[in-house]
Design a protein. Structure first.
Length: 93
């Protein structure tokens, strides 16, 4: 069964797109069949239904019912492997 990751940034376009590409490739390399969607932080609370994980590159001022990972290290490259491993761990639960 395929899970869905919701990628979030301030606008739902720029940094979330860059992070999406890296995470989707990493998931594929680890044998995970994952779907994704992208949104901006203002729309986040309305878009979490059916989502297994939120990966955000911006501050999220909401409490969510789904796990959330800070995706900024994927942009900077500092701590990227740790974050990618955390994403895989959450999806394999």
């Amino acid at each position: 069964m395929s899970q869905t990751i919701l990628f979030v940034c301030a606008t739902g376009i720029a940094t979330s797109t860059a992070v999406t590409e890296k995470v989707m490739e990493y998931c594929k390399e680890h044998g995970l069949n994952v779907n994704y969607s992208q949104t901006n932080v203002a729309s986040l609370p309305r878009n979490t239904d059916g989502v297994a994980l939120v990966v955000s590159t911006t501050k999220v001022p909401y409490e969510l019912d789904v796990p959330m990972v800070n995706g900024l290290p994927i942009i900077t490259g500092i701590g990227e492997e740790k974050v990618l491993a955390q994403i895989i761990s959450i999806l394999k639960k």
